[in-house]
Ligand binder design. Structure first.
Ligand code: EPU
Length: 336
């Protein structure tokens, strides 16, 4: 275990903003973690859990200890003719895990191709894209209880998954460290090509629908729309798509007949990217921060932006959206 002091976090967050951690500890195994959470350094400081750093915005230095979770590995727990149960450790890179599964023709997470981040944070915000959510493939989530170092398992139903939401973001935040996630994947996959441009992209690429081909098509769709964090720092969608009632939607439709919306349980989810584009903010810069010119839901670090500048732009957007549509835009990224 290495303990680093006054450590630059620039390379550890996909926004690429500069901020320093008083302490950074990289944890490579469960045993090492169980030991560390009993140490004085841990007990005497506040702490923050960091995975791939793809859903976080540092707006200031962190005056505590950051735990970087690096547990690696994946094990096939069991398999039959229809399914494979696979346990992947928290520090595995999400997209490498997806590629491994799609290469084996195991279906269920192919629509979640090319999402930045690690396996261990995928259940926290219930990552989703192109008509799929990770919750539909998760059997259980294994954790260390910080209080006493016990290993526990949360079954899928206990994770209280919702749209970009789970128990790990709410009731039990900072009480557990996720060590691994067990997935149930399909050997006879039901393919989902109904969302957006997947079918068109497959046709353009002369590919038949299959697990691996859907994954390839989605990688291309994402590449065309979403900025590569290695080139322009970003954390994917900065906001959640807001949910409004039927009455609210009807009022909005009178003024904005072209508003983009989707049914969501008994309510309606508005496409936040559409709203942001409508108020004229798409592609706009604000100091060194900007709204991505191909997907207005994504904020980018144009050139050495400070976290505060990016947050300033986000707050400006929230205020304008409130004025124009009477809608509260909720920030999806963790602000530190
Ligand atoms: N739209 C616009 N202007 C924009 C962006 C979008 O008019 O600048 C419209 C599009 O025309 C489309 C609708 O909004 O009709 C929805 O756009 P898109 O399909 O790009 O999806 P999204 O709702 O903006 C969500 C997820 C993304 C995920 C995509 C694709 C959230 C917060 N975001 O975005 O997830 O990749 O669907 O399934 O739900 C992420 O969470 O980081 C993320 C990138």
């Amino acid at each position: 275990m290495q303990i680093k002091e006054n450590y630059s976090l620039k390379a550890l967050n996909t926004f690429g903003v500069e901020a320093r951690a008083k302490y950074l500890v990289e944890l490579n195994s469960i045993e090492e973690t169980q030991k560390f959470i009993k140490s004085d350094l841990f007990l005497n400081n506040k702490f923050l859990l960091l995975g791939g750093g793809s859903n976080i915005l540092f707006t200031q230095d962190y005056d505590g200890v950051i735990l970087k979770i690096n547990y690696k590995g994946k094990d096939i727990i069991s398999a039959d003719e229809n399914n494979v149960y696979i346990k992947a450790f928290a520090g595995e890179t999400w997209d490498e895990f997806v590629n491994y599964c799609t290469f084996n023709n195991w279906g269920g997470i192919e629509n979640l191709t090319a999402i930045p981040g690690n396996v261990g944070t995928s259940p926290v915000q219930n990552i989703g894209a192109y008509g799929a959510e990770v919750k539909d493939t998760i059997v259980s989530v294994e954790v260390i209880r910080i209080e006493d170092g016990e290993i526990l398992t949360f079954k899928n139903e206990e994770c209280k998954f919702g749209y970009r939401n789970s128990i790990f973001k709410n009731e039990v935040k900072n009480k557990y460290i996720i060590t691994s996630v067990t997935f149930k994947l399909d050997k006879q996959p039901k393919l989902n090509t109904s969302y957006g441009a997947i079918k068109e992209e497959l046709e353009k690429m002369y590919l038949e629908p299959s697990v691996i081909n859907i994954s390839k098509a989605i990688a291309v769709i994402r590449q065309n729309k979403l900025p590569d964090p290695k080139v322009k720092g970003n954390a994917g969608s900065f906001f959640k798509n807001p949910v409004v009632t039927k009455e609210h939607l009807d009022t909005l439709l009178l003024k904005y007949p072209k508003i983009r919306y989707f049914p969501s349980d008994n309510d309606f989810k508005l496409a936040a990217g559409w709203l942001i584009e409508k108020i004229g903010m798409k592609g706009k810069t604000f100091g060194n921060a900007a709204v991505h010119n191909k997907q207005a839901l994504v904020l980018i670090n144009n050139d050495n932006a400070k976290g505060k500048e990016i947050l300033g732009l986000a707050n400006l957007i929230q205020q304008k959206i409130k004025e124009a549509f009477d809608v509260e835009l909720e920030i999806e990224v963790n602000i530190v």
